[in-house]
Design a protein around this ligand. Structure first.
Ligand SMILES: [Zn+2]
Ligand SMILES: [Zn+2]
Length: 297
């Protein structure tokens, strides 16, 4: 396990990618192990299974954004404890989905506070009630509705809510000094997104939510994405945010013009491609098409 972990870490450096070749790198990433690395300053990322995590470690304490699943959260906590004996001050959830909040429970008794958008908390409670998994949740004790700010040591962390998108409770979490932003699932980088209409998602609003992000953050911002088609591209820059915005615009335009042209639901949902979109991959193109159709028809 230790050796595999070392290999994966080593493989993530550019030189090693060339050394090992693309195929063996992919097979190594299939191992049940994780990415844990610093992005800038005291802020880094963790990815194993589920939505990518961002973390901060400084002289005063530790903050974590999202929690994957219980086992993965335990791996992350172990890594962070190697870096620091300071208290876990905050766990912040970008939104309620299980691949971002199931691991909250691993922070029970470890973290001082858990925060999320108010809609994220109500969605989490509704999901847990439906799945009868209330006892497996660690719920946020702190909620906000638009903008919310905290300080951990010398780092300022701000949550921004710009409206519905992937759900009705998605926040961007900005580590301001490091200028690193966790986008949650508002960005599926080059991968067909999941659109949770049962939790208030909106394809149209998703576009304006991303537009607000392009105005709030800048060309030097490092972004951490909830998901990516390529596991090495769960982080990126403003161009990737704009690419996601272009994807959502193209999706909405295609479905809207198809409905107006009198195409059937089956024809629209069964489309194998979206005009103007070349980089998006993976399964589930129908998820966005279905959601957009239901929203626009
Ligand atoms: Zn997710
Ligand atoms: Zn999600």
């Amino acid at each position: 396990m230790e050796r595999r972990k070392f290999l994966t870490t080593a493989a993530l450096t550019a030189g090693s990618v060339a050394l090992f070749g693309k195929r063996s790198l992919a097979s190594m990433l299939a191992d049940p192990t994780f990415q844990f690395k610093t992005l800038r300053g005291n802020v880094g990322m963790f990815a194993e299974k589920g939505g990518t995590i961002a973390w901060l470690v400084n002289k005063e304490g530790i903050a974590v954004v999202d929690a994957e699943f219980p086992e993965q959260a335990t791996h992350l906590i172990g890594e962070l404890k190697k870096q620091s004996d300071k208290p876990f001050q905050w766990l912040i959830n970008t939104h309620h989905h299980g691949d971002h909040t199931s691991g909250n429970i691993s922070f029970k008794g470890i973290v001082n506070n858990v925060a999320a958008h108010a809609n994220s908390l109500s969605n989490q409670k509704a999901s847990a009630a439906k799945q009868n998994s209330d006892d497996k949740q660690l719920y946020p004790d702190t909620t906000y509705t638009d903008k919310w700010k905290i300080k951990v040591g010398d780092e300022h962390i701000t949550a921004h809510y710009f409206g519905a998108g992937h759900t009705n409770g998605d926040s961007f979490i900005h580590f301001e000094n490091a200028n690193v932003v966790h986008t949650g699932d508002l960005i599926f980088n080059r991968r067909y997104p999941f659109v949770d209409r049962s939790a208030g998602a909106s394809c149209k609003s998703w576009i304006t939510t991303l537009e607000a992000a392009t105005k709030q953050f800048d060309k030097n911002t490092i972004f951490v994405f909830g998901h990516a088609f390529d596991p090495l591209k769960v982080t990126g820059n403003m161009d990737d945010v704009k690419a996601m915005q272009h994807f959502m615009e193209s999706l909405v335009t295609f479905v809207d013009t198809s409905i107006k042209a009198g195409k059937s639901k089956e024809e629209i949902i069964g489309a194998k491609s979206i005009p103007g979109i070349t980089e998006w991959q993976g399964d589930g193109i129908d998820r966005g098409l279905t959601a957009a159709y239901e929203e626009l028809s």
